[in-house]
Design a protein around this ligand. Structure first.
Ligand code: AMP
Length: 401
């Protein structure tokens, strides 16, 4: 059981039941133990077709439940102990590890073993893990090619291939490696391609390498009014930094991060830039020319993360933001609403994540009253959530008096 490494946040649910999708009993049980009551729309559409062996072209984004949509049928169909039969390509180390956590969990019941191959981690350890005959590989394309070239991996028995977050792999320049992998895996296989958008190279990939795919187009339904999904990450103060790292590493769309002070904007910018994040900043200590340059670079996609203070961002028209993150809880409810309004413009949808500590509880309550909903308590892999405790009864009674 590896539940702790699985993220937890609200998802859109379908009317369907996990009992009707054709999954074997032990996987239905595993799903029930996670507390999942209904499949998400992408799961309801993909799982029966994937169990029947069909190719899938899934238009869906992170948060739709797509990982389980391919991990469950893989766990159901692949045999254990007969070499690498399943391969998943993912854009980043974090998404790779998260996907592996799902496969470890669902695969456990069927004795399937997954190994992750990502850059930045010791290749010798990975070679050792490969010696132990995994059934499924989850890999970033670059590291997988390294292994192919060293002859430490063989893909000639792959039956199910998943290309996850196709558009992000494209953005990160992985298309040549993906094409190499596609030349190496057997042509007789099932292929599932997931992408949040369909730029021409992804459409071509789908036409060339998928056979009569079922196209599943899940535009995020079930979002909160106004197209915004709110999420609250309650953590200890020391965990604010790990929390933003985890969020930035798991969700790869254009992201606006709000901090309270200019000095914090500068500090966080340096920290994230040093770690290789494509990040810019916007605050009032910068000249107008510097601010315009930062904004231009964000708008054109050269930097996908922009760190801003409220004052500097007011009135700016920043298009196509998928994710607003409050690194600091806003000081007023108006600021929360204003910051949230930076995403989900017009027909679009977006996510507003707030990182908060117990010190922010009062403000959270005010925000919840103002927007008329409780902010869903969410968790992100690798970060212990702060557990809210109700005061003991005796104290509560005393307070009432
Ligand atoms: P994904 O879109 O695959 O990144 O999954 C997003 C999140 O949804 C993860 O936190 C999963 O644990 C959760 N999740 C996936 N499917 C369901 C479901 N049917 N019910 C409840 N939570 C789910």
């Amino acid at each position: 059981m590896h539940e702790a490494s699985l993220p937890k946040h609200p998802v859109p649910e379908s009317e369907a039941s996990f009992d009707d999708l054709g999954l074997p009993t032990e996987l239905r049980q595993a799903v029930a133990e996670l507390g999942w009551t209904h499949p998400t729309p992408i799961q309801a559409a993909v799982i029966p077709a994937a169990l029947a062996g069909r190719d899938i072209m899934g238009l869906a984004e992170t948060g739709s439940g797509k990982t389980a949509a391919f991990a469950l049928p893989m766990a159901a169909r692949l045999p254990a102990g007969r070499g690498v039969r399943g391969l998943i390509l993912s854009p980043t180390r974090e998404i790779t590890l998260q996907t592996k956590a799902f496969l470890d969990y669902f695969g456990a019941a069927r004795r399937l073993r997954a190994v992750s191959l990502v850059g930045g981690l010791n290749i010798r350890h990975q070679m050792d893990a490969l010696q132990r005959k995994p059934d499924i590989l989850v890999a970033t394309p670059g590291r997988l090619l390294d292994h192919l070239e060293r002859g430490t991996v063989k893909l000639d028995r792959v039956e199910v291939l998943v290309l996850d977050e196709g558009d992000h792999m494209l953005d990160l320049g992985f298309m040549p490696q993906i094409l190499r992998v596609l030349e190496t895996v057997p042509p007789e296989r099932q292929t599932m391609l997931f992408s949040a958008t369909m730029p021409p190279p992804i459409a071509r990939l789908s036409q060339r390498f998928l056979a009569d795919p079922l196209r599943v187009d899940i535009l995020p339904p079930g979002r909160a009014a106004g197209g915004i999904t709110h999420r609250l990450y309650l953590v200890d103060i020391d965990n604010k930094r790990p929390c933003i790292h985890s969020l930035l590493n798991h969700e790869l769309g254009p992201t606006l991060v709000f901090v309270r002070r200019r000095s914090d904007a500068e500090w966080l910018w340096k920290l994230l830039a040093k770690e290789g994040h494509p990040v810019e900043r916007l605050h009032a200590d910068m000249s107008q020319a510097e601010r315009l340059r930062a904004l231009g670079s964000f708008r054109e996609g050269h930097h996908r993360i922009l760190i801003a203070t409220d004052v500097a961002s007011r009135g700016l028209d920043i298009p196509a933001i998928e994710h607003v993150i409050h690194y600091d809880v806003p000081e007023t409810v108006e600021d929360y609403v204003h910051r949230a309004g930076r995403t989900a413009r017009g027909e679009a949808t977006g996510t507003v994540s707030t990182i908060a500590t117990w010190l922010d509880k009062e403000m959270i309550r005010e925000i919840e009253r103002a927007i008329g909903q409780t902010l869903p308590r969410c968790t992100t892999p690798g970060v212990e959530p702060y557990v809210e405790r109700k005061p003991p009864k005796a104290i509560r009674r005393r307070r009432l008096r």
